[in-house]
Design a protein around this ligand. Structure first.
Ligand code: GDP
Ligand code: MG
Length: 175
């Protein structure tokens, strides 16, 4: 019986974006397949979840950090970015401010993260009918900054696994 190759590198992956965009919900959906309609604490410290995913028969270990209570721009410590291998940057398609703040987030990232960090921009809450940010707006911004883009829903699970798998695939191909 052939054992699958286990990649030993742990890829530090961080969820970023304004408070309320759905970072914790996205991680919970990816981790457990569930959407918790209850509110998560916005004040608990930064925690992480380890997830082992399989890319082309190779197991890739993602250590996914959920930023909590530090979302306000510039309050996330720069040391936190510095050793990150991947960043999932979220906005909420029903919240224009969260989208407008993406440029500032990307500025911070460009300044403090590794040059080869994998960045995925995610327009979350795509299930909501009250959207104010069009998919094309997200696509255009992503193109401008040369980052990958998807719309997701932590509620329905739309593209949640797809997004994390795309990040894992990119991390594996870059090493
Ligand atoms: P965080 O502050 O970025 O961690 O955001 P949370 O995960 O705490 O989510 C903030 C609120 O948005 C909560 O009430 C969630 O239930 C809700 N929420 C998160 N993701 C989605 C989504 O994809 N669709 C909908 N409809 N609601 C969401
Ligand atoms: Mg949270």
């Amino acid at each position: 019986q052939r054992e699958e190759e286990l990649e030993l590198i742990v890829h530090k992956t961080i969820l970023l974006g304004d408070s309320g965009v759905g970072k914790t919900s996205l991680l919970v959906q990816f981790d457990t397949g569930k959407f918790n309609t209850g509110t998560f604490s916005a004040t608990v410290g930064i925690g992480f979840t380890n997830k082992l995913v399989t890319v082309d028969s190779v197991k890739v270990k993602l250590q996914i950090w959920d930023t909590a209570g530090q979302e306000r721009f510039r309050s996330v410590t720069h040391a936190y970015y510095r050793d990150a291998h991947a960043l999932l940057l979220l906005y909420d398609v029903t919240n224009k401010t969260s989208f407008d703040n993406i440029r500032a987030w990307l500025g911070e990232i460009r300044e403090y993260a590794q040059d080869d960090v994998v960045i995925m921009l995610l327009g979350n809450k795509a299930d909501c009918s009250e959207r104010v940010v069009r998919r094309e707006d997200g696509e255009r911004l992503a193109r401008e900054y040369s980052v990958a883009f998807m719309e997701t829903s932590a509620k329905t699970g739309l593209n949640v696994e797809v997004a994390f798998m795309a990040v894992a695939r990119e991390l594996k191909s870059r090493k």
